[in-house]
Design a protein around this ligand. Structure first.
Ligand SMILES: *[C@@H]1O[C@H](CO)[C@@H](O)[C@H](O)[C@H]1NC(C)=O
Ligand SMILES: *[C@@H]1O[C@H](CO)[C@@H](O)[C@H](O)[C@H]1NC(C)=O
Length: 857
């Protein structure tokens, strides 16, 4: 590629512009000699005794003068004043002189290989040779820049001399092969009137040297710079304000067969001022001018502000131009200072708040190196306002990102195609800016939401120690999934598409080795894609969750469920397609148990949302499950957990329902009672109850840890499900609810505790039940924080009284369906901040009733 580039530049065949005075000086010498000949014919004869001796004298004189010429004035340049003297320093003697310089320095003897009249400055300058040997710049007897000094590099190497004190002020290298940005910026900020520069090229200086940079060199008196081409050698001694053409300026052009132009080597003397000076402001006017656009009162703020009012606007798509308003005036907008695609950048002086630079970097079309250099060159304290329009990400490179980060941006590295962003930072900030916002383009080709913001920039910018939350990063995997799969409208909502899918960490590190965090989770999806995504999302937010222990059962006809699982870093098992959810559940459970050897399995049905306390709840149940064979597992869903009939977050009960919706099951129960019998025990939906051969119980919390989406009833037969899922339910939403009775969940101690509790309870005020027949009034209780026991007769097969009581308290009851949540024909629940026991005459606890307590019939 470089080769091709070189060729391209070679073909642009140019003339050599190397200034050479050799011919002129020779001619002068000859004229002088012929003049002598004509005028002094007679004199010659008289004094030299004839022509022959004179000829010998002349020959000698010619010889001497030729010699002198070769040695001293092979190439010299005199400026119009006659006191600028420059020689080509590549002659034989010069080598010696060069050596002399090398050996004399660092003592600095006021010569750079030449002696100058007083008031003149000596210099020696050699451009780089090829790409390996760097340039040398000597001024007043001291080599300031060279390979040895390790301060030279590709591009323009520049010694900066103060025009008043004549002292060296700076040594700079600008890689104008890659970008001239920093040179232009330096020129504008640092090269004050009368500044003198000595410039030597190295390797390549022209490739990115644009008109503005050339104008700056012209301001320094250069007149040849437009002719400098690829890999030419270039020397300039100039001064700001020097009349164009009065600088010491040399070019060596690259010849047809060369890789690089031959180096230039010059030495001599120059005065300061270098030549006639003039006002350079006219030439510069075109560069410095920052046009102002339309006015916008307070930049859109409702009231005047203490600091500087600003408005940033990203424009809209590629059709509405962006703008930046500072102090009530547009600094960039359509047709003002080149506002448009890419980064629109306004730099304010920290003290005056006046715009110093207005620049646009179209990093869609061009590399971001210019912006990088520009930002690097800013002064400590400079305020940078940046607004992106259309796309700025395509050619945005690490270097520029790093610079923006150093100005306080925390989000620019997350910029993707067509994302937009605004930012206000400060050179030298320690930490993050509070003024930043990013808006991501959608995965489906939609443009991002535009940003328009008016703000008051305080006199002193704050810096934040912690990066502000700015919507994070694009989630590329999720975007890809969403692009490929329809039907996930909620999960793939453009506002959420970049949500991170990360497992929630466990805060209490001491518990991370608990059995629960080694337990497999099986998720059995239904047909609703969004519901499945919600289940997976809420599974992932379980603190301590291990994604590789989560498996999604995938119907072979919905492979996207597998892709979704993979997106969450969950496993999947593929199942033959079946029509009924029940059958799917059965085959999923069978297949899963056959593939894992985990002691417990957590099963999650379709349409379940897990609250963050789900796993934590189950973990508290595990010790009891471990210790008690009559417990089959634990369920996180309480069928009676309605808003009015639950509320004790610290309570877990034993119940005979098995199982439901989101539950932990013992492998031993599966092995002994379900394996290869699923079609007999578990043919119904879980809410219709599964029937295992042996009896056992589940641990069920008073307040559910999962939420089931309302069931979409397909037939009237399902109407009882409305009772179950349409009444408002109570669900614990926060993580960390502690269960108080964890140590008395084992059968024997549970019974003891329960009996104690019933014995200590108050009889339920039966007259309150009279209100039960009225639909508008509910059962009232005389106190709060008490336990009431209600004994009732339970003689008939249909449990008429029991069902009536359930209706009174708005517990679950549906004609023809079993009651739920029972434990030995009793029901314990939480009602209006009291605990209530309903105890049937068929219950063993009925014995506890004292004689004088009435039985509800
Ligand atoms: C910017 O200017 C403000 C107000 O004059 C000053 O308090 C602050 O220190 C300056 N910041 C920098 C970095 O120069
Ligand atoms: C199922 O999981 C396996 C790895 O566990 C993965 O390679 C495969 O792609 C997944 N299937 C789908 C449909 O994503």
């Amino acid at each position: 590629m470089l080769r091709a580039r070189i060729q391209k530049f070679r073909n642009g065949c140019r003339q050599s512009l190397n200034f050479t005075a050799e011919g002129n000086v020779g001619l002068l010498q000859l004229t002088f000699v012929t003049g002598m000949w004509r005028k002094s014919k007679r004199f010659v004869t008289a004094n030299f005794g004839g022509w022959k001796p004179l000829a010998i004298w002349i020959l000698i004189a010619l010889g001497i003068s030729f010699l002198l010429l070769r040695i001293n004035q092979k190439d010299s340049k005199d400026d119009l004043n006659g006191n600028l003297r420059v020689w080509d320093a590549s002659g034989r003697r010069d080598k010696a002189i060069h050596k002399e310089i090398q050996t004399h320095i660092p003592e600095a003897d006021s010569v750079c290989g030449t002696s100058c009249l007083s008031g003149q400055k000596s210099f020696y300058v050699k451009t780089g040779s090829g790409k390996d040997v760097g340039p040398t710049i000597c001024y007043e007897g001291k080599i300031y820049m060279s390979d040895k000094e390790k301060n030279v590099g590709r591009g323009l190497n520049m010694l900066v001399i103060d025009g008043d004190t004549h002292n060296v002020r700076d040594m700079k290298t600008f890689d104008t092969y890659t970008s001239d940005q920093s040179f232009r910026q330096y020129a504008q900020m640092e090269m004050k009137e009368k500044t003198v520069v000595i410039i030597a090229s190295f390797d390549e200086i022209s490739f990115s040297l644009r008109d503005e940079a050339k104008t700056w060199l012209k301001v320094m008196g250069a007149s040849q710079i437009d002719k400098v081409a690829f890999r030419d050698s270039y020397v300039l001694i100039g001064q700001r304000g020097l009349k164009q053409g009065h600088a010491v300026e040399f070019i060596n052009s690259m010849k047809e067969n060369e890789e690089y132009a031959a180096p230039l080597e010059k030495k001599g003397c120059f005065p300061i001022p270098v030549g006639p000076l003039e006002d350079s402001s006219k030439l510069l006017a075109s560069l410095k001018d920052i046009k102002m656009g339309s006015e916008l009162k307070n930049c859109g703020l409702e009231t005047a502000c203490e600091g500087t009012p600003i408005q940033v606007f990203t424009g809209d798509t590629d059709s509405v131009m962006p703008h930046v308003c500072v102090g009530g005036k547009m600094v960039m907008e359509k047709d003002v200072n080149n506002a448009g695609r890419g980064f629109n950048v306004v730099v304010l002086d920290n003290e005056s708040r006046i715009p110093k630079f207005v620049n646009r970097f179209d990093t869609y079309a061009a590399d971001s190196i210019d912006m990088e250099e520009f930002l690097k060159g800013l002064h400590e304290g400079d305020i940078v306002i940046a607004v992106i329009n259309d796309d700025a990400s395509k050619q945005l490179k690490q270097g520029a990102i790093k610079e923006l980060n150093s100005l306080g941006s925390s989000a620019i590295q997350n910029l993707g195609f067509r994302d937009i962003w605004y930012f206000i930072g400060q050179k030298g900030i320690k930490g993050y800016s509070e003024f930043e916002e990013i808006s991501f383009a959608s995965y489906d080709g939609e443009w991002p939401k535009q940003i328009k913001k008016s703000l008051c920039l305080p006199r002193k910018l704050r810096s934040l120690k912690v990066a502000p939350k700015l919507g994070g990063k694009r989630n590329l995997e999720k975007r890809e999934f969403c692009k490929l799969n329809d039907g996930y409208s909620e999960f793939c909502d453009t506002q959420r598409v970049d949500d991170k899918l990360e497992p929630a960490p466990l805060e209490d590190k001491g518990t991370e080795n608990d059995e629960i965090y080694k337990t497999s989770i099986l998720i059995i999806p239904g047909l609703d894609h969004n519901a499945l995504a919600r289940t997976l999302e809420t599974t992932l937010i379980q603190p301590g969750i291990k994604p590789d222990l989560v498996t999604v059962a995938v119907d072979e006809q919905t492979p996207d469920h597998g892709q979704l699982a993979t997106l969450f870093k969950f496993q999947n098992i593929s199942l033959a397609s079946v029509a009924r959810y029940e059958d799917k559940m059965n085959s999923a459970i069978e297949k899963f148990f056959s593939q894992t050897n985990s002691k417990y399995v957590i099963v999650i049905e379709e349409e379940i949302i897990l609250t963050p306390d789900f796993l934590h709840f189950l973990s508290q149940c595990l010790p009891a499950l471990e210790a008690d064979d009559s417990l089959f597992g634990a369920s996180a869903f309480n069928y009676n957990g309605f808003e009015t009939t639950s509320g004790d977050k610290t309570r877990v009960n034993r119940m005979e329902d098995f199982p439901g919706l989101a539950f932990l099951l013992k492998r031993s129960v599966y092995e002994s009672q379900m394996k290869s019998k699923m079609d007999k025990c578990c043919q119904q939906r879980s809410w219709d109850s599964w029937t295992l051969k042996q009896s056992g119980e589940m641990l069920v919390p008073d307040v559910s840890r999962v939420f089931r989406l309302p069931y979409q009833s397909a037939s009237d037969d399902d109407s009882y499900l409305e009772n179950l899922f349409y009444q408002p339910r109570l669900t614990i939403t926060e993580y960390g609810a502690k269960i108080k009775n964890v140590n008395s969940l084992k059968s024997s101690s549970y019974e003891d505790e329960l009996k104690k509790e019933i014995k200590a309870s108050k009889p339920f005020p039966l007259k309150e039940l009279e209100k039960c027949s009225s639909k508008t009034e509910t059962v009232e209780l005389p106190s709060k924080g008490s336990t009431f026991t209600l004994y009732f007769s339970d003689k008939d097969k249909d449990r008429k009284v029991f069902r009536k009581l359930c209706k009174c308290f708005e517990l679950y009851s549906s004609a023809g369906k079993p009651l739920k949540g029972l434990h030995k024909n009793s029901l314990r629940f939480y009602y209006k901040e009291n605990t209530i026991f309903l105890i049937a005459s068929t219950s063993p606890y009925f014995e506890i009733k004292s004689e004088d307590v009435a039985v509800y019939e």
